[in-house]
Design a protein around this ligand. Structure first.
Ligand SMILES: [Zn+2]
Length: 114
């Protein structure tokens, strides 16, 4: 259920970003959500109408860029998506010395005004 509070947060950010054009309608908002956040895009979408009701985002189109986790192996520089099948190890050299490069995103990327 914490998707709801994140969605409300995004809506607050969108309204903040639209402050300088109080007459405009917010027609779309675009957010980036990384896999590491544990948030599920389908729940964000599901809660959006309820979270946006009565706000300037009501009726806006929600676009979610869901960003899978990607890490870079520090031993062979391979870039991969860690998964349980490989015990989160590098599939090419089996090292588990890796650096996260993508997947922690949680940001409002864009809003469209009409
Ligand atoms: Zn490797």
């Amino acid at each position: 259920m914490h998707e709801m509070s994140y969605m409300i947060n995004f809506i607050n950010m969108a309204e903040d970003a639209a402050k300088k054009e109080p007459e405009a309608k917010i027609s779309a908002i675009e957010i980036a959500v990384g896999e590491m956040t544990g948030l599920l895009p389908e729940y964000l979408e599901k809660y959006f109408p309820e979270a946006s009701a009565g706000t300037r985002c009501a009726g806006a189109r929600l676009k979610i860029d869901y960003i899978p986790v990607r890490v870079r192996c520090n031993d062979c520089q391979n870039i991969y998506h860690p998964d349980r099948d490989h015990s989160y190890r590098c599939p090419s050299c089996a090292s588990n010395n890796a650096t996260l490069i993508e997947g922690r995103e949680l940001e409002l990327k864009n809003i469209s005004l009409e």
